[in-house]
Design a protein. Structure first.
Length: 462
C-alpha cells in the first residue's frame, strides 16, 4: 500500500485554499459539505466562488498568498496554475506538518483526494495512489451502480439502533449475526425499496423478539476451495463466506491474492505444512476447527483448489460431524482444471483421451503404491498432483510398464498465477527440462497425447 486511507473530520476546522479559479471551486464544494471553515486566498477570485462564499460565509482574501497564511490550518490546498507558488505552498505546509494537496501535482501532495462513492454516512474512497485516476473513476462508476442508494439510510437506521442492540444482545458474535441478518435480509430490502418506516418497525420487532443472550451460540465451519491461485477463479459463494468468516485457517497453497479477499478484521491462522516440517498436524487442525466453532465463531477452512481433491477435506468435516458442528462445503477449481485450462491442454479430447485420472504423486517412504499397469493404458490423461520430487520415478515407471517414451508430458508450475511456467516434453525428456528450469512447488504433471495440443491452444501469456 502506498497511502494510508483515513477519513478526515474537518467540521469547524480551518482549511486554506490557495487559488480562486474553477479548479479551486471544485475542491471547495466538498469542504463546505463536511462543515470545514474555508478560507480562500487569491489575487483573483471567480464569481462562482464569491457567490458560494456569501451563501456559506467563507472568508475571502483577495490578495497574494504569504507563508503566514497557513498557521493553524487543518488542511491546505493549492489550486493555482503557478507551479512555483504551488511548490511554495506545499513546502511551507509540510514544514508546519499540515496535510497539503496540490491539484494535479502528486509529487507536491502529502494527501490526495480519492474518488468517492457517497452513501453518507457510508462512504467509499478509491485511490490508485496517483498512478491511474481514470481507473479509480471507472471503479467508482462501477461501485455506484452496484451499491443501492438506500445504503445511506440503512447505515443511519443502524446508527439509531446501535446502542439498543448493544444493550440487549451482549454477546459480540450474536450481535454480529443480528446485524448481518438486518443488512442482508428483508429489512435491507425494505429500505432499498424506500419503505423506511416499515423497515424501522421491522427492525424494532426483530430486536424485541431477540432473546437477551449472554451465552455463546454454536458457530459454523465453511470448508471452502480457494482454487489454484488466480483469485478470479473463486466461486461467488466462496467469496461471500470469505467475507463473513471470523477466523480463517488457511494453508500454503492458498495464494496471497485469494487470502487478501477475506474479511479485513478476520483472524488469520496459518496451518500449512512446510516440506519436511509439520508445524500443525491434521489432528490439530481438526481439533482447532471444532474448538473455534464451539466458541461461536464462523470458521473458514480455506484450502487450495478443491477441498475434496487431495485436500483431506473429508477427514476434517467427518470430525465436525462427529462433534455436531454445522458445516458447509464449497467446491473450488482443482489444480488439474486450472492448470490445464491456463496451459491450453484439454484434459479430455475426442481424438486423444476418453478419460482422465487424478493421481497422487506423493511417495510414502520413497515408494509409490500405484497400479502402474492401469496407468499406462491408452486413451487417457494422467494428472499427477504433488509429483515434483517423484517426477523422474513417475516417468521411469510409466516407461518400464510399457508407455512409449515419446508420450507427451507437461509440468505446470504455479498454474493460473502471474508466475505460471509450463515445461513441455515427453516422459523421457521432461525430468531433465524441469531440473534445468529449476521448477518449484506447487507443480502439476500432465501425461498423455492431449499435451501435444498445447502448442496450438496455449493462450495464457504472463
Ligand atoms: N486440493 C488441491 C490439491 C492439494 S494437493 C486441489 O484441488 O488443487 C497439492 C498439490 O496440488 C500440489 O502439490 C500441486 O501438485 C497441486 N497444485 C495446487 N495448486 C497448484 C498450482 N497453482 N499449480 C500447480 N499445481 C498446483
Amino acid at each position: 500500500m502506498y497511502l494510508l486511507p483515513l477519513f478526515h473530520n474537518l467540521n469547524g476546522r480551518r482549511c486554506v485554499m490557495v487559488g480562486g479559479g474553477s479548479v479551486a471551486l471544485r475542491k471547495i464544494r466538498p469542504l463546505i459539505e463536511v462543515g470545514a471553515k474555508v478560507e480562500i486566498i487569491a489575487p483573483e477570485i471567480n464569481t462562482a466562488i464569491i457567490d458560494l462564499a456569501e451563501k456559506h460565509s467563507l472568508c475571502l482574501y483577495q490578495r497574494k498568498f504569504n507563508n503566514d497564511d497557513l498557521e493553524g490550518a487543518a488542511l491546505v490546498i493549492a489550486a493555482t496554475d503557478d507551479k512555483q507558488l504551488n511548490k511554495q505552498v506545499s513546502e511551507q505546509a509540510q514544514k508546519l506538518n499540515i496535510p497539503v494537496n496540490v491539484v494535479d501535482q502528486p509529487e507536491l501532495c502529502s494527501v490526495v483526494f480519492p474518488s468517492i462513492v457517497d452513501r453518507s454516512p457510508v462512504q467509499i474512497a478509491i485511490s490508485s495512489g496517483g498512478t491511474a485516476p481514470v481507473l479509480a473513476r471507472m471503479l467508482r462508476t462501477r461501485l455506484e451502480s452496484l451499491i443501492p442508494s438506500g445504503y445511506g439510510f440503512l447505515a443511519q437506521l443502524a446508527g439509531k439502533f446501535r446502542q439498543q442492540v448493544k444493550e440487549k444482545i451482549t454477546d459480540a458474535n450474536s450481535r454480529k449475526a443480528f446485524w448481518e441478518d438486518v443488512f442482508s435480509g428483508d429489512i435491507s430490502e425494505l429500505v432499498f425499496s424506500n419503505k423506511h418506516n416499515v423497515a424501522e418497525n421491522k427492525l424494532q420487532e426483530k430486536l424485541d423478539k431477540q432473546l437477551s443472550s449472554s451465552t455463546n451460540s454454536l458457530g459454523e465451519v465453511y470448508l471452502v476451495g480457494g482454487g489454484p491461485g488466480d483469485p478470479d477463479l473463486l466461486t461467488f459463494r466462496a467469496l461471500r463466506l470469505m467475507q463473513k468468516a471470523d477466523i480463517v485457517l488457511y494453508d500454503r497453497l492458498v495464494s496471497k491474492e485469494v487470502l487478501s479477499l477475506v474479511r479485513r478484521d478476520a483472524e488469520l491462522v496459518y496451518v500449512g505444512k512446510t516440506a519436511g516440517d509439520h508445524p500443525v498436524t491434521q489432528d490439530n487442525i481438526n481439533e482447532k476447527l471444532v474448538e473455534f466453532a464451539k466458541e461461536g465463531n464462523r470458521v473458514l477452512r480455506l484450502k487450495g483448489g478443491d477441498p475434496f481433491i487431495f485436500g483431506r477435506g473429508g477427514e476434517e468435516i467427518a470430525h465436525l460431524a462427529d462433534n455436531g458442528i454445522p458445516f458447509q462445503v464449497v467446491p473450488g477449481i482443482t489444480a488439474a482444471s486450472g492448470c490445464a485450462s491456463y496451459a491450453g491442454i484439454p484434459l479430455t479430447h475426442r481424438d486423444h483421451a476418453q478419460s482422465v485420472r487424478f493421481i497422487t504423486g506423493h511417495q510414502k517412504e520413497h515408494k509409490y503404491d500405484l497400479n502402474w499397469s492401469e496407468l499406462v493404458a491408452p486413451n487417457q490423461t494422467l494428472v499427477f498432483y504433488m509429483g515434483l520430487n517423484g517426477l523422474e520415478t513417475i516417468c521411469q515407471q510409466l516407461m518400464s510398464y510399457g508407455m512409449a517414451s515419446t508420450t507427451p508430458a507437461a509440468l505446470i508450475e504455479k498454474g493460473t498465477t502471474a508466475r505460471q511456467r509450463v515445461f513441455i516434453g515427453d516422459i523421457d525428456t521432461l525430468p531433465q527440462k524441469v531440473r534445468d528450469g529449476g521448477a518449484k512447488a506447487p507443480t502439476l504433471i500432465i501425461v498423455g497425447s492431449v499435451v501435444s495440443l498445447h502448442d496450438q491452444l496455449s493462450w495464457f501469456n504472463n
